[in-house]
Design a protein around this ligand. Structure first.
Ligand SMILES: [Zn+2]
Length: 217
């Protein structure tokens, strides 16, 4: 028995280090990573959005009341923002739309798209293939987040995950590009191709990228 244990110990010690680490993941191989390097607070109600930055928070757009369908993740201006999952950049625009401001959209190839709004210093461009965790820009006060800056309120990353069930919808005139007309809003009218935004908590919850209730306004 002693001999057997000793042989096992020898075998373990003789195992090359790369085998021991074969089942762990490095940053580039991780499937999903947090979009920020901090555990973010979900935006609460403030002078610019009475229902805060939860998934179900309502937003007024003209006469239409819509739902936010995104998460606002509080962070200091300049905090680095990262791709949550590998994919191809389909939008990287410092002023994509009045509400969203600096925006990056990634087609993840699995039918999901992630949308990052109010960015500044965008550091990627359309067509680039990103890994999970690749830097895309920094948290800013662009688009309607300028209201926050005027009121001395912390900045945030606007994060939306659209589960469309189909890759390649980011082309000119395609339904993802049409989001531009609606800004942060979600409207059924965009077409049957899109299933719609899902709470990022559904795919990222285990990672604890944020704290607080993501559903409650
Ligand atoms: Zn938002």
């Amino acid at each position: 028995m002693k001999q057997m244990i000793s042989r096992m110990a020898q075998a373990i010690l003789a195992t090359p280090i790369f085998v021991i680490y074969a089942n762990t993941t490095t940053l580039g191989e991780k499937e999903y990573v947090c979009p920020l390097n901090i555990v973010a607070e979900i935006r609460k109600s403030d002078a610019c959005a009475s229902e805060g930055g939860g998934f179900d928070s309502s937003r007024k757009k003209g006469t239409v009341t819509a739902r936010h369908r995104s998460l606002d993740l509080n962070a200091q201006e300049g905090e680095e923002a990262h791709a949550i999952h590998a994919g191809k950049v389909i939008v990287a625009d410092p002023q994509w739309e009045d509400n969203m401001g600096g925006t990056v959209i990634i087609d993840h190839g699995n039918g999901d798209y992630s949308v990052y709004g109010h960015l500044k210093d965008i550091s990627t461009k359309p067509g680039v293939e990103l890994k999970a965790g690749s830097k895309i820009g920094a948290v800013g006060y662009t688009g309607n987040a300028q209201c926050l800056k005027r009121n001395g309120i912390i900045a945030h990353l606007h994060l939306m995950v659209i589960r469309a069930g189909k890759s390649g919808l980011g082309t000119q005139g395609g339904p993802i590009a049409e989001l531009k007309k609606w800004g942060t809003m979600w409207q059924k009218e965009l077409g049957a191709d899109l299933t719609g935004p899902i709470n990022p908590n559904l795919i990222m919850g285990d990672l604890k990228c944020w704290k607080g209730d993501t559903n409650k306004p």
